[in-house]
Design a protein around this ligand. Sequence first.
Ligand SMILES: *Cc1c(COP(=O)(O)O)cnc(C)c1O
Length: 389
Amino acid sequence: MNKNHFETDAIRTQIERTEFLEHSAPLYLSSSFVFEDAEDMRASFAEEKERNLYSRFTNPNTTEFVDKVCKMEGAEAGYAFATGMSAVFSTFAALLNSGDHVVSARSVFGSTHALFTKFLPKWNIETSYFKVNEVDKIESLIQPNTKILFAETPTNPAVDVLDLEYLGEVAKKHNLTLVIDNCFATPYLQKPIDFGAHIVVHSATKLMDGQGRVLGGVAVGPKDLIREIYLFSRNTGPALSPFNAWVLSKSLETLAVRVDRHCENALKVAEFLETHSQVNFVKYPFLKSHPQYKVAKKQMKQGGSIVAFEIKGGVEAGRNFLNNIKMCSLSANLGDTRTIVTHPASTTHSKLSEEDRLEVGISDGLVRVSVGLENVSDVINDLNQALSS
Ligand SMILES: *Cc1c(COP(=O)(O)O)cnc(C)c1O
């Protein structure tokens, strides 16, 4: 069988058609599915045939979405979730037992940090953190009960990059399951499984939808591990709704063209910011000044949609900058068509001590820009006038 390219698979994945032979996949808004007879029902429950029983388990729309993500990530199987966090939580809950241990980068999404520090300990699962610039310490954190090595790359909000090839080698050597949150890069820019990751999780809410409409999540990986995640999830109920799956499947058809433009715009924004006198430094994976530029070039096709920079003047300057923004949005989301600016030190990370913030690369003046799909000169003009005010 000839293998199609990424963009083609995103569009030409086989869909379930009704008698009307729809060109674009229809929406299967149905909680359950009917059986032909008693024998069909018995065989279906015994899992002797693959078919839809109940939309908490599978649904044609969620299957279409999962199949596309599996093709994109080069994974065997997957399961779709209502949110990115339910994908992250269910992966840990399904694969870990009480007494197990996790090693993770310290720079992780806020709710994932809460999961590691507040909730997993309730089931006697502890997490040890390494700093993004101290990956050489990972092996010293591994214990006999360590089961999962976890990381996000690029990280949020400081846009650090972790070496996936190295993480893959460490996981292999110590027989750990490597779980990568690939939300910032998307499978279009980076395929963690090629570097030895076992499970890839996503918040589909971000670039996969890309238009700020629906929440969703997905976990993909080898059949045996996904089976564990599937059994946990079909019994505990974090399934993606058919409607959101339908929206997300259509969004994936344009992922490559959207992400191409996001990256093109983001690089221009990063290059502009680097020349601005009010800016101390800019972090963008494909700028030569990025501390992990070489690693980014090795594992990413382009630099992504997120740019971080430090404005001169600390917290006050950061808040003033947000107040002077005219066109871009002040919003908690990212990976949207609309450019979004945030100031982590006074918002998402304000509860952390200054020391803890600096540990994850959030200085007082750090601003995160999720560069959208507007004409980039309008975005740059807005940032420029806000920096100069
Ligand atoms: C947003 C995000 C999540 C959580 O996803 P939700 O869809 O909001 O639950 C997890 N990881 C990363 C890196 C994110 O950006």
